[in-house]
Design a protein around this ligand. Sequence first.
Ligand code: PMP
Length: 417
Amino acid sequence: MAELSPVLQQATPVLAARGQGVYLYDEDERRYLDFTAGIGVTSTGHCHPRVVEAAQRQVGTLIHGQYTTVMHRPLLQLTERLGDVLPAGLDRMFYVNSGSEAVEASVRLARQATGRQTIVAFQGGFHGRTMGAGALTTSGVKVRAGIGPMMPGVAFTPFPETYRHGWSEAEAVRFALAELDQLLLTVTSPKDTAAFIVEPVLGEGGYIPAPAAFLEGLRERADRHGILLIADEVQTGVGRTGKFWGHQHSAITPDILITAKGLASGFPISGIAASSALMSKAWPGSQGGTYGGNAVAAAAALATLDVVRDENLVDNAAEQGARLQEGLRKVAAEHPVIGEVRGRGLMVGNEFTTPEGTPDGATAARAHAAAAERGLLLLTCGPAGNVVRMIPPLIVDSQQVDDAVGLWSEAVAAAVA
Ligand code: PMP
């Protein structure tokens, strides 16, 4: 008999038997309010009927049309449809299977297109676990510990953090951009720097929104030096932040945009978008993979985009996200252990801090477990695991938000008792 390796850490003790909408059910039909959405993946909820129908239809028609061997209609339709939502000018796409692979693909594209090597990433960022994407990841040492040396040609510089330093947004942005300028003067010459890669909301690193002025500062430096700007929208894309793309909370357009997670409601597919001028600099055949752009996943993605549009899920994310943050702030006001509630749209974090002002991962873990006991599934993030994050499906309604806030209030009270 074989068993699962303990290397896979499981955030909750739940054995999920089925999912419907915002709920998961275990084998005893116990119902859980799922504010994890499979780490921000089930954007249209679990088993949305239109996604199920599209996938089932495709399974019976063509499961695997290998895109470097034959093309298939679902991928062409998905690409055409993405044209409705992608920023103007980013009109060439290719596909792989996961966020990490898409990040790696963006690195290859940026290096080929510029002929330069260094990728600048921001401290606290998460871009994946493969050796290339992992080399860009600093959300916590567990992703790197014991597995180096990582991919060379990476330089790190701070992400603007207000709460941790007790700074205003303007101070945090000024510091981060000054550090980036210093990096380009001292560590990696602009002539050697291929790209900046940034999450519009720092995800695994603690749910910290990037201020618009920071992204705009990156854009300005990228333009000045001929460096590419890669937006890792793996977690922030497809409506999650209350705009279709997370970078749209600022005035920038990235050169390369990466999408995954919420794109297909749970089917594995990820995409890389860039301009035709940029894509034409990629070496033909240097990207792709056996399962990339799978036909069933593409059909599910197409249905997901239709549901997001037809059910106004981007607006719903903005509206319910505001309601969620308002409710959570009331809970935080009663419990000083929660130092900050922050986020964008339905990507919301609760940061736990000791009275001395240090990260309080222990209390966060207790609150997280107490919530699961009460039927509310959540995740933690942040380098010390001290941020409890809430990332429900985009279909969540006001009653479900209020239910979650109620359960969270009980869970925090139990954690500090
Ligand atoms: N980038 C970001 C911003 C992510 O949040 C994640 C996953 N949490 C990844 C990349 C990696 O995606 P995957 O797990 O699909 O490889």
